[in-house]
Design a protein around this ligand. Structure first.
Ligand code: SAM
Length: 226
């Protein structure tokens, strides 16, 4: 069997056993998770684990999140196809690729240049035209492209960064982990005028959001795993 076919079968099993069997029900999200070749976003030495129910190391002490967490966060954004989306924490670029399948335009911000460059390479290989990787401190958002219909932060914030709240469009959804350095709650903020409806979704453990509206680099602990 060809390598691509094997990977496709592994993705089908991932979607069935890790996503549909849990609470991921958005058909568009399931299709995107089926379509994106996750194994291309991880280093060669962990490629055999690409479809496992786990986060994986991607270098620079960072991780690609567990497939279920990627799918859950994406589902919470309620994308229909015409949205402008911001991701904070490009990492491998995998979540950005999923978003690119589901929205009109995706901007993704990464503070570590080496990861941004590698993510760009894979996204280009997949010919995804509607995603732009930008290097910088995503805790400040991306004012030049605001407002966003949806914002997802894939690193742990001590509190919700004010610029991200401000850069959300009316009715827009902001999904992010908020909490301490050892564990957080996944939250969804929905903008209603100058107010926000807040839902607390599930306990999670992400690598830290390091920046002006995140943790100081020194605050960051040595190992994280989502
Ligand atoms: N979404 C990623 C993926 O699909 O592979 C996983 C992200 S990883 C869990 C968190 C990423 O957030 C790391 O690559 C880290 O360097 C990045 N990060 C942390 N603080 C950041 C900041 N202030 N701005 C941009 N990226 C940041």
């Amino acid at each position: 069997m060809k390598e691509d076919e094997v990977a496709r079968q592994q993705r089908e099993r991932m979607v069935k056993e890790q996503l549909s069997a849990r609470d991921v029900t958005d058909e568009r999200v399931l299709q995107a998770m089926l379509a994106v070749p996750r194994h291309l976003f991880v280093p060669r030495d962990v490629q055999h684990l690409a479809y496992a129910d786990a986060p994986l190391p991607i270098g620079e002490k960072q991780t690609i999140s567990q497939p279920y967490i990627v799918a859950l966060m994406t589902q919470l954004l309620e994308l229909k196809g015409d949205e402008k989306v911001l991701e904070v924490g490009t990492g491998s670029g995998y979540q950005a690729a999923i978003l690119a399948h589901l929205a009109r335009q995706v901007y993704t911000l990464e503070r570590i240049p080496k990861l941004a460059q590698q993510a760009r390479k894979v996204l280009r290989k997949l010919a995804l035209q509607n995603v732009e990787v930008i290097e910088g401190d995503g805790s400040q958002g991306l004012p030049e492209h605001a407002p966003f219909d949806a914002i997802v932060v894939t690193a742990a914030a001590p509190r919700v960064p004010e610029p991200l709240k401000q850069q959300l469009a009316e009715g827009g959804r902001l999904v992010l982990p908020v909490g301490s350095r050892v564990g957080q709650i996944l939250e969804r903020w929905v903008r209603k005028g100058e107010d926000y409806e807040v839902e607390r979704i599930a306990p999670v453990a992400f690598v830290p959001l390091v920046g002006t509206h995140g943790w100081k680099p020194d605050d960051a602990p040595a190992s994280w795993w989502m």
